[in-house]
Design a protein around this ligand. Structure first.
Ligand SMILES: Cc1cc2nc3c(=O)[nH]c(=O)nc-3n(C[C@H](O)[C@H](O)[C@H](O)COP(=O)(O)OP(=O)(O)OC[C@H]3O[C@@H](n4cnc5c(N)ncnc54)[C@H](O)[C@@H]3O)c2cc1C
Ligand code: FES
Length: 263
């Protein structure tokens, strides 16, 4: 893990309240794994004082940097959205466990809810670079409305079939992404499911995967203060019995086997 002061290379709106930020990084960040995250803050900014966690959206070798995809939800992200090219940010990372790439897994489903698509673009690039057949993969992306559906073009241009739903029917099929996923599982079961998104989606997905006996890895969120296992603020309930009932998202995750969590 590295601490760095880095320059913003670009920071642009991608619609709704979401932005993409490119940040120059030490070359060592290019060894990051999909699913790992960074903690980022604005240099010399005391309000908010703490860095915030964000998944690595892409490692961009042409610019020697990484890209984040983020949604403005509060004070830090509001300030991030105003950053201009050349301004400084303070970065810590790459942190945590990434998604495990299973060589024998040929049919691969990725499931994203809203901004949970952020780590999936890096994951898809990584899978393809490691020999996955894009046509045998699928991205399932759901959101409340059209503005929540991001990155479809990136997956389509990589030849990955995309299935999308919105709760108001303004994009893709009407309804929840887990319904569409259940239909596709019934037609041709995947070897593994990777997911990131809101808690209710992950809970439902975890049950679907367990019933269909499909291995499932989920990237989960929790509010984080330190990002290094010191404050214990990111604890979630695990299934490993009474001796170690808690897992820490920053240190043990953020990616977990779904059946290890009490979702
Ligand atoms: C491992 C990890 C990876 C993440 N990756 C991304 C990403 O790629 N893109 C992205 O947009 N966001 C991501 N997040 C969420 C992001 O960290 C929060 O949106 C951010 O910290 C909010 O900061 P803020 O100061 O703008 O909001 P705050 O003012 O701190 O909070 C605003 C609102 O958001 C809620 N909130 C804050 N942090 C979280 C959180 N971690 N989970 C759920 N709700 C939260 C608060 O309860 C509050 O209601 C990730 C979180 C984790 C733990
Ligand atoms: S954020 Fe401090 S222990 Fe995880």
């Amino acid at each position: 893990m590295f601490f760095e002061q880095n320059r913003v290379l670009y920071n642009e709106s991608v619609g709704g309240s979401c932005f993409k930020m490119g940040i120059s990084c030490n070359l060592r960040f290019q060894d990051a794994l999909p699913g790992q995250f960074i903690m980022i803050g604005i240099k010399d900014c005391c309000d908010p004082l703490l860095r915030r966690p964000f998944s690595i959206h892409r490692v961009v070798r042409d610019i020697d940097g990484i890209e984040l995809l983020y949604k403005v939800v509060g004070r830090s992200t509001q300030k991030f959205s105003l950053l201009q090219k050349g301004e400084s940010v303070s970065l810590m990372g790459p942190i945590g466990s990434g998604f495990s790439i299973i060589e024998e897994a040929k049919r691969i489903f990725m499931v994203a809810g809203g901004i949970g698509v952020a780590p999936m673009v890096f994951l898809a690039d990584f899978l393809i670079a490691h020999g996955a057949d894009p046509k045998n993969c699928g991205l399932f992306v759901g959101g409340r409305a059209k503005d929540d559906i991001l990155c479809v073009k990136e997956f389509e241009s990589a030849d990955i079939p995309v299935f999308s739903t919105t709760e108001d029917g303004s994009y893709g099929s009407y309804g929840l992404i887990t319904s569409l996923l259940t239909d596709e599982i019934a037609k041709d079961k995947p070897d593994i499911i990777y997911a990131c998104g809101p808690h209710p989606m992950l809970k439902s997905l975890s049950r679907i995967a367990a019933e269909a006996k499909i291995r499932c890895q989920v990237s989960i969120e929790s509010v984080m203060a330190c990002g290094v296992g010191a404050c214990l603020g990111c604890a979630v309930c695990g299934c490993e019995g009474d001796e170690h009932p808690f897992l820490h998202v920053c240190k043990d995750g953020p990616v977990f086997e779904a059946d290890l969590l009490k979702l």
